[in-house]
Design a protein around this ligand. Structure first.
Ligand code: UDP
Ligand code: MG
Length: 153
C-alpha cells in the first residue's frame, strides 16, 4: 500500500555533497518526492525527534552534530515506503551495512551515517507532522507512475 515516510539528509551528507546522489536512490526506486526543504534543527527539536535516545551517553554528540549545520528534510511516497526506504538506507551502524545501501556505500560510522529514515508507519506519521506543515506536502502524479507498480498495489 502507498505510504509516506520522513527522511533527513544529515549534516555529513551536505558536507560531502551527497544530496543529489542520495535523493536519486529514492527516485530510481520509484518513490515520489512529495516534500523537500533545507532546515536548521534546534536543540529542542533534536530532543523531541530523538526522545528515545536523550538518556544515552552519545546523545550530546548526536545533538551537536544534528544542530550545528543544516539538514535536508524530505518526504517520499510510494508502495510500502516505510520498510522499503529503511532497506535502501541500511542499518544504523554503517560498518555493518551492505554495499548497495546508502549507509553501506557512503558511511563507515554508527553516528555519522548520512541519513535518517522513519522506522515504522506510526513513527512516520509523527515525524512527517514534526517536520512538515500540510501545505508543504504536495500531491502530483509522476508521468511514469503506472509503470512502477500495478494500481492495486
Ligand atoms: N547514534 C549514535 N550512536 C549509537 C547509536 C545511534 O550516534 O550508538 C545516532 C546515529 O546517528 C543514529 C541516530 O543516533 O542514526 C538515531 O539512532 P537510531 O537507533 O534511531 O538509529 P536509526 O533509526 O537512525 O538507524
Ligand atoms: Mg531511528
Amino acid at each position: 500500500m502507498k505510504e509516506r515516510t520522513l527522511l533527513l539528509l544529515k549534516p555529513d551528507a551536505l558536507h560531502r555533497g551527497l544530496i543529489g546522489a542520495i535523493i536519486s536512490r529514492f527516485e530510481n526506486k520509484g518513490f515520489k518526492v512529495v516534500g523537500l526543504k533545507m532546515i536548521h534543527i534546534t536543540k529542542e527539536l533534536s530532543k523531541e525527534h530523538y526522545s528515545h535516545l536523550v538518556s544515552k551517553p552519545f546523545y550530546a554528540d548526536l545533538e551537536k552534530f544534528m544542530t550545528l549545520e543544516p539538514v535536508v528534510a524530505m518526504v517520499v511516497e510510494g508502495k510500502e515506503a516505510v520498510d522499503v526506504v529503511r532497506l535502501i538506507v541500511g542499518p544504523t551502524n554503517a560498518s555493518k551495512a551492505e554495499g548497495g545501501t546508502i549507509r553501506g556505500d557512503f558511511s563507515n560510522s554508527t553516528s555519522r551515517n548520512v541519513i535518517h529514515a522513519s522506522d515504522s508507519k506510526e513513527t512516520a506519521v509523527k515525524e512527517i507532522a514534526r517536520f512538515f506543515k500540510p501545505t508543504e506536502l504536495f500531491d502530483y502524479k509522476l508521468s511514469s507512475e503506472h509503470y512502477l507498480y500495478a494500481s492495486d498495489e
